[in-house]
Structures are given as C-alpha cells and as structure tokens.
Design a binder for this molecule. Structure first.
Ligand code: HAM
Length: 432
C-alpha cells in the first residue's frame, strides 16, 4: 500500500513566493523603501514572538483574543506570534527610552500572522509596513505620517483619483458624541465599536446595536448626519473640543501643503484597535473591487507608558498591508514601466576547460558589479542557452579550450543573438 503523500500546498491563508512573484514584490518593497529613506525614516526590526500580554493589554479584544496565534513554550510562558508591530515598537522605545534621539521617525516591513478568514485583501500571513513617529505631540507628526502614506503611493505613479485618505479623531469622536447624546467616554467607546463595523452589518443590526446602548432615534439621526459632514461643519458642532482643534489644524496643514485633494474627513473611521487616542486614518483604494483599507493608523498617546512608569512618549503611525497594496498596484497598472533590464551573465561550461577557470571568469564579472553565475551541470551548449533564456540572463559568456588558449571570451547577447569576441580581461566592458 502506498503511504499518503504530504500536501504541496502552503498552509491556508499563507503564500509561496516563486521567483517571478518575488521579483514583482521586490519592486514594490524597493519603491516603498526608497520613499521612506528619501524622507529620512530609519528602519528597525523586532522579534516574531512576543509575550501574549503585550497584545492583551491594548490591542483590543478581537485582535488579542480571536486573531492571535498563541501557544505555551517549554518553559510555560504564554507567547504570541506577532499579529501587529505597534506593541513591539512601543516596547523597544520603552527599552531604550533614555538613549533615543526623539522625535524618532522609524519604519519596519515585517511579516505577521492573524487567524482570519482568508478573503480578498485578508490573509493569515501578510507583510505590513509600519511607519511611526515617537516623541512629538503636535499635529505635524500626524501630518508627517499621512504625507509618507500619500508619497508611498504617488511615488508608485498613483494620483488622487485612485485613493483617498479618510481621517477622523478619537478625541473629537468622544466629544461630539457627548455633546449630541450626553454619552461619557466609556459609552462612546461602545458606540465606536458599532461605528467601526457599520459597513459589515445591515442597517437594522446597526440601529439595534445603538438602540441597545440607550440611543433614541433622534440621536441616531444626529450621528447619521455626521457621516456626510465636511470637517468644518463637523468640528463646529463642538468648538471647545481639543480633538476638533487637532482636526482643524491637521486639515489646514493638508490644505496648505497640497495634500487636501488626497484626503477627506470621515466620521465613520474610528479604528478597531483600542490604543488610539487622537487622529485616526485609513487609506482606501477608490476602485470598488478593493474596498478594504490599504493603510490604517493613528495617534496613540499611552502605549510606551505600559512599560515605564510616568513615561510620556506619544506615538503616531500607520500599518500598510502588502495584500491590499498588491491589489491596488495591479488594479491601477502601477510600477510596470519601472522594470529595467540590467545585464546578467551566465558563464557556459565546456568539458575541456577546468571549472576553476570559469569561477575566475565569473568573479571578474562580479567584481565590476555585473551579476553573473557559472552554469551548474554538464548539459550540451544549446541546453545551457535555453537555461539562460528561461532564467532571465541577458548574456552568455563562452570560453571553450580555444578561447582559453587565446585569452579571449565570446559574449553572446541573448536579445540580439549577436556574439562579440573580447580579451578575457575586458569581458565585462560596456555591461556595467
Ligand atoms: P490594522 O488596521 O490592524 O492596524 O492593520 C493595518 C493594515 O494592515 C490594514 O489596513 C491592512 O492593509 C493590513 N492588514 C491587517 N490585517 C490583515 C490581514 N489579515 N491580511 C492582510 N492585510 C492585513 C495595525 O495593525 C496597527 N498596528 C497599525 C499602526 C502602526 N498603527 C500605528 N502604527
């Protein structure tokens, strides 16, 4: 009887990246990195495993209890595979709080895991760019993060017709609810959870949930009106609110710096994570097929304080997932023109030349910066050429016994099929 074979498929909600897919990914990862480096953000990294407590403390019920992969290690510690990066980066800031040069402007592009139902835009393993500013309480840090998010997309060739940054403010949310309904912050938090998943339930369920919290039809109508308001009309409802002032200042800055066409006030954005305290925002693809948020973030004033008594280091930032961004790039046909063929050389092998000579020739290409490898194996020349074509090489270096004796190399251009004979010590001329 045959033994059952193992599955060749990856675990549900995770992806294999074959070299062609990896090349396309590298293009957009490189583009993101170039934008952030141009803006002087610094890259950091952290561990994949963290104490489960880290997420239980502030991430919110859904993420900590339902979506986090967790287990007990052999020493009895409760660990989680990171479902997000913000608690890790807050811990790292707390760890070196006395030494760091604030304000910090940091980014990281780690993979993370969430136990979610795989669907368009949502997987169980995904990569998430995290951009955060620590140690600046002013609205300019919120602006700096929103600008980075816009620049990441426009540097890929996107324009304002393709995406929109939806912005709200948690302090404003609480204040305007208090002024319209008399609700305190604890009740406002319950309303925020309902507003957060409004798009995922029917109107009846939404209204029932608000009614169950004690809101009457008139209050529900007042909340409804907020969804259609622009920032000026909404903030005028509670002029004494610090959140309203922050929103006003932020939109003023966005206006004066030319970012207003990319941004809109949206009372429906509250964010599911519990730690946000001020500005909150999400970036949406304007294409209706990709209706999930590509980026989500906001200001969180209390996270570092979880680790260090009396620490006062505020943070603001966002996470951007690779899955929704890939959908955005392919839907709008971005980044395609960026592919530029640089030379890649395969050194062909013949039986009458020792391998060490090919290794030396290969090194000569590499030394001047031309990517090069020696063919592995002993197939016929024609098969080696086929291998080079399928492998994306641009040239094949040919050095049989005769060329070796004459100190020469033939270079075959795979696009034109032309061969040029050159002295061995100038084999890489005009390729680098
Ligand atoms: P989040 O809203 O949970 O925020 O995730 C941010 C982004 O990560 C989402 O907009 C989406 O692009 C991507 N994402 C989330 N879950 C998945 C999934 N299952 N599959 C694919 N992509 C996903 C946070 O994680 C915050 N820690 C972000 C942040 C950084 N806030 C401040 N700094």
């Amino acid at each position: 009887m045959e033994t059952p074979k193992l599955s060749v498929l990856p675990y549900k909600g995770t992806r294999d990246f074959f070299p062609d897919e990896m090349r396309a990914r590298s293009r957009f990862f490189d583009s993101v990195r170039r934008t952030l480096q141009k803006e002087c953000f610094e890259e950091y990294g952290g561990p994949m495993l963290e104490s489960l407590d880290l997420y239980a403390a502030k991430s919110g019920e859904e993420l900590a209890k339902e979506q986090t992969y967790h287990f007990e290690d052999r020493g009895g510690r409760q660990l989680a595979i990171r479902p997000e990066m913000t608690p890790t980066v807050a811990r790292m800031v707390a760890e070196k709080i006395g030494e760091l040069n604030f304000p910090l402007r940091w980014y990281s592009f780690p993979n993370m895991y969430r136990y979610e139902r795989p669907q368009r835009g949502r997987l169980r393993e995904f990569w998430q760019l995290n951009v955060d500013v620590f140690g600046c309480d002013g609205v300019e840090a919120d602006f700096d993060c929103i600008k980075a998010a816009v620049d990441i997309l426009t540097d890929m060739g996107a324009d304002a017709s393709m995406f929109t940054v939806h912005i709200n403010n948690r302090r404003f949310f609480n204040d305007v609810l208090a002024s319209l309904t008399g609700f305190d912050a604890a009740s406002a938090k319950k309303v925020s959870k309902i507003v957060d998943h409004k798009g995922k339930v029917s109107r009846e369920v939404y209204e029932k949930e608000l009614t169950d919290l004690g809101l009457d039809a008139a209050s529900i109508q007042k909340i409804d009106a907020l969804y259609d308001m622009d920032v000026g009309t909404a903030t005028a409802l509670c002029p004494g609110s610090a959140g309203a002032t922050e929103l006003g200042d932020l939109f003023d800055l966005l206006d004066k710096t030319g970012l207003a066409p990319f941004c809109t006030f949206d009372f429906g954005i509250v964010r599911g994570l519990d730690y946000y305290t001020g500005t909150v925002f999400e970036v949406f693809d304007n294409a209706p097929d990709n209706n999930r948020a590509m980026f989500g973030g906001g200001r969180y004033d209390n996270l570092v304080g979880l680790f260090v008594n009396n620490a006062k280091v505020s943070g603001v930032g966002f996470g951007m997932g690779d899955v929704t961004l890939e959908n955005f790039i392919s839907t709008h046909g971005l980044l395609q023109a960026a592919e530029q063929k640089t030379a890649r050389v395969l050194v062909a092998r013949f039986a009458d030349v020792p391998l060490s000579e090919y290794v030396a020739l290969c090194d000569a290409f590499r030394r001047v910066g031309v990517p090069c490898s020696v063919y592995l194996g002993s197939k016929k020349f024609g098969k080696q050429i086929d291998y080079a074509v399928r492998g994306g090489y641009t040239h094949v270096a040919i050095m049989g016994g005769d060329e070796l004796a004459a100190g020469q190399v033939k270079l075959k251009d795979l696009a034109t099929r032309e061969e040029t004979v050159r002295p061995r010590d100038r084999a890489a001329d005009d390729l680098c």
